[in-house]
Write a protein that binds this ligand. Structure first.
Ligand SMILES: [Zn+2]
Length: 152
C-alpha cells in the first residue's frame, strides 16, 4: 500500500514512485503487500514477480502485489526500511522527487544486479547487505531490514 502522498510515475527505468507532496524524514512512504515465498518457490513464479520481491527473512521473500513494487533502487537513496516491509523517508523529501531505497537494505543472498542508477557513488554492481562497505552500513543504520539487524 502506497501512502497518499506517493504516486506511480515515469522514471528513467520505466515506472517509479514519486512524492506527490513533501514527505518528512521518517514518514511512512509505503508498506509492501504480497505473498511470502521461499527460494524453492522461485522455480514456480515468473521473472517479473521475482524482480518485484523483497527479502524479509533468511529464506523468505515477499512477492509484492501492489503499486509499492515500483519503487526503484538507488545507491544514494532517500528512503530506507523500518521493520521488514515498511519504507520510510531517510531525509526530508520534496514534492516531485523520485523515491528510492537501496536494495541491499533488505537483500542478503547470492543475488546481484548491475546498477545504472547514475547517482554519486554508484556501486555499479549491487549485492546483498554483507557486501556493503562499512561506511555505507554506518550511513544506513536504523534503515535496514529487521531480519538483517538480527543477523548482524
Ligand atoms: Zn547505483
Amino acid at each position: 500500500m502506497i501512502n497518499k502522498d506517493v504516486c506511480v510515475g515515469k522514471s528513467r527505468f520505466g515506472k517509479g514512485l514519486f512524492a506527490k507532496n513533501d514527505i518528512k524524514k521518517d514518514g511512512v512512504v509505503l508498506v509492501f503487500e504480497g505473498k511470502a515465498r521461499s527460494l524453492e518457490d522461485f522455480r514456480f513464479i515468473s521473472k517479473y514477480d521475482e524482480n518485484h520481491s523483497v527479502q524479509i527473512g533468511n529464506n523468505k521473500w515477499l512477492v509484492i502485489s501492489d503499486d509499492s513494487k515500483f519503487i526503484n533502487h538507488s545507491c544514494n537513496p532517500n528512503c530506507g526500511i523500518r521493520g521488514t516491509i515498511k519504507i520510510v523517508a531517510m531525509v526530508n523529501i520534496r514534492k516531485g522527487e523520485e523515491l528510492t531505497f537501496d536494495y541491499a537494505m533488505s537483500e542478503d543472498s547470492e543475488w546481484s544486479m548491475k546498477c545504472r542508477c547514475g547517482s554519486k557513488g554508484c556501486r555499479k554492481i549491487i549485492k546483498g547487505y554483507s557486501f556493503l562497505p562499512a561506511k555505507i552500513k554506518q550511513k544506513y543504520r536504523g534503515y535496514i531490514s529487521g531480519w538483517l539487524d538480527k543477523k548482524s
